[in-house]
Write a protein that binds this ligand. Structure first.
Ligand code: TMP
Length: 190
């Protein structure tokens, strides 16, 4: 099974993805992959490629990562937990969002069995942002647009069997229990 944990920066994705992975059999994938120096340099503000190309480079990173975990993704007894997946690629895309969605649909990637969107309101985002600014986080309007893109995808149930939206302002344990409950109900219906 493939579970994607999504949300804007500081929404608590890594905490939830790590917690979930620690309790289940399977694999944790974090996108973009840290070893992808091309993307890491881009996020540091270098310009190894243009913004339009970034969509395809992030997408290619995910395709390669998922291909390597293919057997587990297809297994019903194992969980591949993704800390960001193609929903990030669409939400943060510097190309037209509708085109981005069509390209994702045409890609060789599988749909997630469940997308957990940790929704962080902008006021709370500003409080959490602190000193840590990367090339996106400097731009509040952009992050607001990213959040809207996520909420729109959840409404459309874009490219996934299920979406669930949870407020990031809830406690870590409460969110974790909600996610586990949902996964248990999905596993029983497979
Ligand atoms: P992270 O720090 O949560 O791992 O993500 C790094 C940044 O990369 C984050 O600001 C979102 C961005 N990103 C994209 O723009 N497109 C993508 O496809 C992915 C996975 C991340």
């Amino acid at each position: 099974m493939l579970i994607a944990i999504e949300g804007i920066d500081f929404s608590g994705k890594t905490t939830q993805a790590t917690l979930l992975h620690s309790e289940v059999k399977g694999e944790l994938l974090k996108f973009p992959r840290r070893e992808n120096t091309l993307i890491m340099n881009y996020l540091k503000g270098e310009k190894p490629f243009c913004e339009e190309a970034s969509f395809f480079i992030f997408l290619a990173d995910i395709i390669d990562g998922i291909k390597r975990a293919e057997r587990r993704v297809e297994s019903k007894n194992e969980l591949v937990v993704c800390d960001r997946y193609v929903y990030s690629t669409v939400a943060y895309s510097k190309i037209d969002v509708n085109n981005a969605k069509e390209i994702v649909k045409l890609s060789p990637l599988p749909k997630a069995d469940l997308v957990v969107l940790l929704d962080l309101e902008m006021e709370e985002y500003k409080k959490r942002i602190g000193e840590e600014l990367d090339s996106y986080e400097k731009n509040l309007n952009f992050i607001e647009k990213v959040r809207e893109n996520y909420l729109e995808m959840a409404k459309e149930k874009f490219f996934a069997k299920e979406w669930m939206v949870i407020s990031s302002s809830k406690g870590v344990e409460e969110i974790h229990l909600e996610i586990k409950k949902k996964i248990n109900s999905l596993s029983q219906s497979i």
